[in-house]
Design a binder for this molecule. Structure first.
Ligand code: PMP
Length: 393
């Protein structure tokens, strides 16, 4: 019977890592997988996390089970950063639970909406491929709209039309900041409009916030999420700490539900707990415990925020250098300067993507998505020159 299982395609980005590793050229450049890199090309553990981990080893006296909701101290400690210090639980309307990464949180959020009777998810295109994959696996239909126009700006007409065409029983899945893969985020004024549109159409928003602090700043990157939350009665928020605490493989995330009636929270979240129990039972503890220790300690919190500022500053510097190069060959790098987070899409054709790999040893996704953090002072000019050569006429 197991032989009934069909071969599934390998994840394209993970396959890219293998291709990159097999390339013998010393000056090859990896702009593929979405992890932050320093100017030296490393993805180090945050100093604040190292300190918290030392404390954890010294002080943790049990590894007994915590329950499907995980470390609630961690879940609560994050809330002022996500929802604002003024009212971190919006008057008792928000409750959360720990999940294995942002992926675990999205999986639970989408399973909850499915169980609640929603049947379709409206998603901007392109999106992080796992959004569609999770929806497909759960049997949720996906309705796509163009996220960005040819001018490199958010396509507001497309989202207006998508919301206008929505039916009862639809949700809308939005990237809170640092859009993956385009880097193209909504402006505050655009979020103001989107919040109103969603509220008017009575759609359930699911906000995916996987890169808070990597765009413009911790507060700035939460603008859209907070703006939507004050406009609607209910929402789900899928949060990842894997980028902004550098904890990728430790799988640190949280799911939050906001409801209109606080007395409903327990019942609604019991579905998250029950779905988690049937999936992974309990989330991995280590990374979330380290985040909690950082957030419980003023000095470590300041250190973490400082390290996050440095990451963001470096990515902004790389973006500024690319933007200053302007038109190179047949592409314009100027829009990259106004985009946010780890990613931007450079409009390479599929053949040009292959040429960048074969002729120059520069690896990135077939969509033309580059991880800007893979560029350093040592290799950025090579990237610009190769882009000019490959895309030039
Ligand atoms: N949402 C988006 C938009 C992402 O890009 C990612 C990670 N690439 C995630 C969620 C999930 O992150 P995690 O590694 O925490 O599961």
């Amino acid at each position: 019977m197991l032989s009934n299982l069909q071969q599934q395609p390998a994840d394209a980005l993970l396959a890219l890592i293998k291709l990159f590793d097999a390339d013998p050229r010393a000056d090859k450049i990896d702009l593929g997988v979405g992890v932050y890199r320093t100017g030296q090309g490393d993805t180090p553990v945050f100093g604040a996390i190292k300190a918290a981990e030392r404390k954890l080893v010294a002080e943790q006296d049990s590894k007994a089970y915590l329950g499907p909701e995980g470390d609630m101290g961690f879940v609560t400690a994050l809330m002022p950063y996500i929802f604002g210090k003024a009212s971190p639980d919006m008057g008792g309307r928000i409750e959360g639970m720990q999940t294995p990464g942002g992926t675990g949180s999205l999986r639970l959020a989408l399973a909850m909406v499915k169980r609640a009777g929603y049947s379709r998810v409206i998603v901007g295109k392109p999106s992080w491929p796992n959004h569609n994959q999770i929806c497909a696996d759960l049997g949720l239909a996906v309705s796509e709209f163009n996220h960005a126009g040819a001018d490199g700006k958010p396509d507001m007409d497309a989202i207006r039309a998508a919301v206008a065409g929505a039916a009862e029983g639809d949700c809308i899945l939005l990237h809170g900041c640092c859009h993956n893969p385009t880097g193209i985020d909504y402006s505050n004024a655009q979020w103001d409009e989107i919040a109103g549109l969603i509220a008017e159409a009575k759609l359930l928003p699911i906000i995916d916030l996987a890169y808070q602090g990597l765009g413009l700043g911790m507060e700035e990157d939460a603008y859209g999420l907070r703006r939507v939350l004050v406009a609607v009665p209910e929402a789900l928020i899928a949060y990842s700490c894997d980028k902004n605490f550098g904890l990728y493989r430790d799988r640190v995330g949280a799911l939050y539900a906001m409801v209109s009636d606080p007395t409903e929270l327990g019942r609604i979240m019991s579905n998250g707990h029950n779905l988690a129990r049937a999936s992974w039972s309990q989330p991995p503890d280590h990374g979330a415990a380290a985040v909690r220790l950082v957030l419980e300690d003023e000095t470590l919190t300041a250190q973490w925020l400082d390290e996050l500022d440095q990451m963001r500053d470096r990515m902004r510097q790389v973006r500024a250098i690319l933007a200053a190069a302007g038109k190179v060959g047949g592409v314009d790098l100027a829009p990259v300067g106004g985009q946010n987070g780890l990613f931007s899409i450079i409009p390479f054709t599929p053949d040009q993507v292959q040429e960048m790999r074969s002729r120059h040893g520069i690896y990135f996704a077939g969509s033309g998505r580059i991880n800007v953090a893979g560029l350093t002072t040592a290799n950025i000019q090579n990237f610009i020159d190769a882009t000019a050569e490959v895309t030039g006429v």
